[in-house]
Design a protein around this ligand. Structure first.
Ligand code: AMP
Ligand code: MG
Length: 492
């Protein structure tokens, strides 16, 4: 049977970017080839387009082999990079890409730089005692969430595909293995700078900083104080990322400095979670006993991580300058947070008292354990002259507070332009987010039944999160009782 399929070789312009840095920044490393033929589980057409692949490429007979490390991709030597990092507050002097291999650095037809990285394709010199593999379960989670976050408009690394290796991987039990192909303009982390700084290799800190500035902050490259301006921009980007996470109800789960992107992207999806019921103290990572990375602590941790990065840049930028940049974090976060909540409430401008109005809503949501995503999505209706009872019902025991709040809100916005406001609000308040129970449903269908159709349905709703998707409304709901309180740990 001859099916038409796209090319896997769209004439990429290959570059040497990270690879131009000195040899001790990375190690070239071939993927370990699994014994069985790998098979494609799912691919993202939107991510494929970023590297000039058409959706037909997913049907190419060599796709799964190329995007699992089974067959070489672009004729360049894959490499793993070395970094350090603070894990749960404790400095670890050497980490690195323990199971990630960058297999190509390309420039697409629009002139954009993308690094292509396989996660789970085998050991590297930085694997320490681990196996270099990833399990299917976590790979599906990373794949779905990367693409869901992008569709929400939140800066993130992307995911091209998840390929099952058909090889067992030993975790608490034996599990099926997989490889996720990730895409990003750069996978450089705060921890890369910590590695060189800690060793006193200040010239390498400078080389890496200039590499990042030239490639990804070109508007700063000619400034006499480019390093200071660059750090200030990282502060702003990180503050904005934390605000975007808060507004979406997203918790990363492992905000170690080695999981912080120097570009301000969401990176390294592990035990992340979206809020169901609004609970500021939500801890999505079962291994995080102390709640260091609890939902409401994320903005403060973002700053903590930036302080660590500042410490690694003291050979480049005067301490006073670094400190001044760090002081812009809180106002940048707050301003972005207010702007995002303003949009979620459909307010065209901020008046005195609006911040209080937002906080009162969150307080009622917390008291009534109201579903975070549903409250905002349904407010577009309830805030006009539409049905209020269903919205108030979302607040359970805090129904009285919700009713009072809605009256205040209606007075604040007026009902005049309700239909237009509803349209605006539905563009920023998603109906579908990758709730844990959705990820789990997709995983179980694939693992237990080999059913990719359910994964596909979930992929479609979370990657068009503002659309209504008639017939798929169940996926917009809080977890059914059997899928409540699922635990996700670091093991992946
Ligand atoms: P993470 O907590 O997943 O961000 O990983 C922390 C460090 O451990 C990183 O340097 C990873 O590359 C490494 N690592 C995690 N899992 C594995 C694995 N299965 N094999 C090799 N290295 C791993
Ligand atoms: Mg990591």
């Amino acid at each position: 049977m001859d099916k038409p399929h796209g090319t896997l070789n769209p004439g990429w312009r290959l570059e040497e970017r990270f690879r131009r840095l000195p040899r001790h920044f990375y190690t070239t490393q071939e993927a370990e080839r699994p014994g069985e033929d790998p098979i494609l589980v799912h691919g993202s057409a939107a991510a494929a387009a970023l590297i000039d692949l058409t959706p037909e490429a997913f049907g190419h007979p060599d796709f799964a082999a190329a995007f699992s490390g089974h067959a070489p991709l672009a004729g360049v030597a894959p490499y793993a990079t070395v970094y350090a990092g603070h894990q749960f507050g404790v400095f670890v002097p050497q980490l690195g890409d323990g199971r990630a291999l960058t297999v190509a650095e390309i420039v697409n037809s629009r002139g954009e730089a993308w690094d292509i990285q396989l996660k789970g394709a085998g050991r590297t010199p930085y694997s320490r005692f681990a196996d270099g593999r990833a399990v299917l379960r976590s790979s599906i989670r990373e794949y779905l969430c990367s693409e869901a976050m992008a569709a929400l408009g939140i800066p993130t690394t992307r995911a091209l595909s998840v390929v099952a290796t058909r090889e067992g991987v030993a975790r608490e039990t034996m599990e099926p293995g997989a490889v996720v192909t990730r895409l990003a303009p750069s996978f450089i982390r705060f921890g890369h700078f910590e590695f060189f700084h800690h060793r006193g290799l200040t010239e390498d800190v400078r080389l890496l900083a200039d590499h990042v500035i030239e490639g990804h902050f070109p508007h700063l490259a000619a400034l006499p104080d480019r390093h200071a301006a660059w750090f200030a921009e990282i502060v702003t980007r990180t503050a904005h990322l934390m605000a975007a996470w808060q507004a979406a109800g997203f918790a990363h789960g492992v905000m170690n400095t080695d999981n912080m992107s120097i570009l301000g992207l969401t990176i390294d999806y592990g035990p992340f979670g979206f809020l169901d019921a609004y609970n500021p103290g939500f801890i999505c990572n079962h291994s995080d006993d102390a709640g260091r990375y609890a939902f409401e602590r994320q903005p403060a941790i973002g700053l903590w991580n930036l302080q660590v990065l500042a410490g690694a840049l003291t050979s480049l930028v005067p301490v006073e300058t670094l400190r001044a940049a760090l002081e812009t974090y809180a106002p940048a976060f707050r301003a972005r947070m207010i702007a995002l909540m303003q949009a979620k409430l459909g307010l065209e401008e901020i008046h005195d008292g609006d911040v209080g109005l937002i906080n009162a809503l969150l307080q009622a949501m917390s008291k009534g354990a109201a579903d975070y995503t549903m409250v905002f999505r349904a407010l577009g209706d309830a805030g006009g002259d539409g049905e209020a009872a269903a919205w108030i019902d979302l607040f359970g025991a805090a129904a009285d507070e919700a009713r009072d709040w809605l009256a205040l809100y209606r007075r604040r916005v007026g009902v005049g332009d309700a239909p237009a406001r509803r349209v605006r609000m539905n563009r920023v308040n998603p109906r579908y987010v990758l709730r844990n129970w959705l990820a789990e449903t997709a995983i179980r269908a694939v693992e237990d039944e080999g059913d990719v159709a359910t994964l596909d349905r979930i992929f479609r709703v979370v990657t068009a999160p503002y659309d209504d998707h008639p017939g798929e409304e169940d996926f917009a709901a809080p977890p059914p009782p059997a899928l409540c309180g699922l635990e996700v740990s670091c093991s992946s």
